[in-house]
Design a protein around this ligand. Structure first.
Ligand SMILES: *Cc1c(COP(=O)(O)O)cnc(C)c1O
Length: 402
């Protein structure tokens, strides 16, 4: 295995993002394949016993076991790091494996975590119920309120954890201001960037220390596999993340890594088109529904901040209908093209009712805290023709009298 012919790492790291998405991290075997090879292997063989011993001592390069290294997974990780502008990336089996590992690797009993209130349902369960079982203290704050982060700090605060834009309310956090507050207290900032992807927002450029992904969403982008990733500095990855993950095994399978690797080739094309579609659909819906949130529209209360740290408005729209669950379910049931699905970031446009699906695992009080109402719907805009999406929504809105 070697880096693509004539391309030293020093050379490849200068490539512009579109080139990194197609070629970043590629290694070729002596066969010279154009498309990256899929190494479905759990282990590796050695020419002699001393070679095995030397690799285990860390004195010779080479792979030893796929929980620790795998060529296909490594290509995906390197490509992702290049796209994100991070020193290092590690792939995980799901987004939740990424969030759990990114937090547990650095927190111990007696440490304190501050997190945004508006989080993906399972992230909120992690913060509220799972981490405290291990003696980790947690506080949740309104992530839009920069001063709330400052007030929540304690002497034992080790990390901040947030989503921006948040799922499903599309709250925006001022990444730079919050990172300054964290760093002032000696804490690290972990950003769950699933809603944006590196095409829309690169949190490391705004002061974040660690970026974690559900790669199930925009990175796969075709609704096929679960995957996740954790990105940060080389030193943090080696000393903190790998000290935990090498032994706890949240790894991504090489097959799923290969799918994500291939999907990254079209990440910019797909996300850019989905954002254009979302902007058009949001403009259409804005005139028809009582309340709508989309970071790319001037009507979003944090539009100016969103446009400072995001390159586009994203692919997700939140709609609030009067008439509660009945109206929301009525609209879903009247759709003909758009699917009812709680997945997001797919090439297919998908709509869900968060209160009864993605956020059903958190209490009504916590739902209210996150801005989830019974009349709220989350629309994940995909790659169909925007006019077909608008026609479908127009028909469904008429069906419920809007
Ligand atoms: C989907 C999602 C997750 C969890 O990812 P999985 O791949 O489903 O485990 C975490 N955070 C956000 C913001 C998500 O949208």
């Amino acid at each position: 295995m070697k880096r693509t012919t004539g391309q030293s790492p020093a050379h490849t790291s200068k490539w512009r993002p579109a080139t990194q998405m197609v070629r970043g991290g590629t290694m070729r075997t002596e066969v010279g394949e154009t498309s990256e090879a899929l190494f479905l292997t759990s282990g590796y063989c050695y020419d002699n016993a001393e070679e095995a011993a030397a690799r285990f001592r860390g004195e010779r390069p080479g792979m030893t076991y796929s929980r620790l290294q795998n060529p296909t997974v490594e290509m995906m990780e390197q490509r992702l790091a290049l796209i994100e502008g991070a020193e290092s990336a590690r792939a995980t089996a799901s987004g939740m494996a990424a969030m759990t590992a990114a937090l547990l690797c650095q927190l111990s009993a007696g440490d304190h975590l501050v997190a945004g209130k508006a989080l993906f349902g399972s992230c909120r369960v992690l913060v509220d119920s799972i981490l405290p079982r291990f003696g980790i203290e947690t506080t949740t704050v309104d992530a839009r309120d920069t001063q709330a982060w400052a007030k929540a700090r304690r002497p034992n605060t080790k990390a901040f954890f947030l989503e921006s834009p948040s799922n499903p309310g599309l709250d925006i956090t001022d990444l730079r201001a919050v990172a300054d507050i964290a760093h002032d207290a000696g804490a690290l900032v972990v950003v769950d960037n699933a809603f944006a992807s590196p095409i829309v927002q690169r949190p490391l450029e705004h002061g974040a220390d660690i970026v974690a992904y559900s790669a199930t969403k925009l990175m796969d982008g075709q609704g096929r596999v679960l995957a996740g990733a954790v990105l940060g500095s080389e030193q943090w990855m080696n000393d903190v993340y790998l000290a935990f993950a090498r032994h706890t095994g949240p790894n991504l399978s090489p097959f799923n890594a290969w799918l994500i690797l291939k999907s990254l080739e079209t990440l910019d094309l797909r996300v850019s088109r989905a954002c254009e579609n979302a902007q058009r659909v949001a403009s259409f819906l804005e005139a028809r529904v009582p309340r709508l949130l989309y970071p790319g529209l001037a009507s979003h209360p944090q539009h100016a901040l969103a446009m400072r740290q995001m390159r586009k408005g994203g692919t997700i729209i939140a709609l609030h209908l009067d008439g509660g669950r009945e109206a929301a379910h009525g609209l879903l049931d009247a759709l003909e093209l758009i699917d009812i699905s709680n997945n997001l970031g797919d090439s297919r446009t998908l709509m869900t009712h968060p209160a009864s699906t993605t956020h059903a695992s958190v209490s009504a009080a916590i739902q209210a805290e996150m801005g989830i109402t019974e009349g709220m719907l989350r629309l994940s805009v995909g790659l169909e023709d925007a006019d077909d999406l608008i026609d479908d929504l127009d028909r469904a809105l008429k069906a419920i009298g809007l």
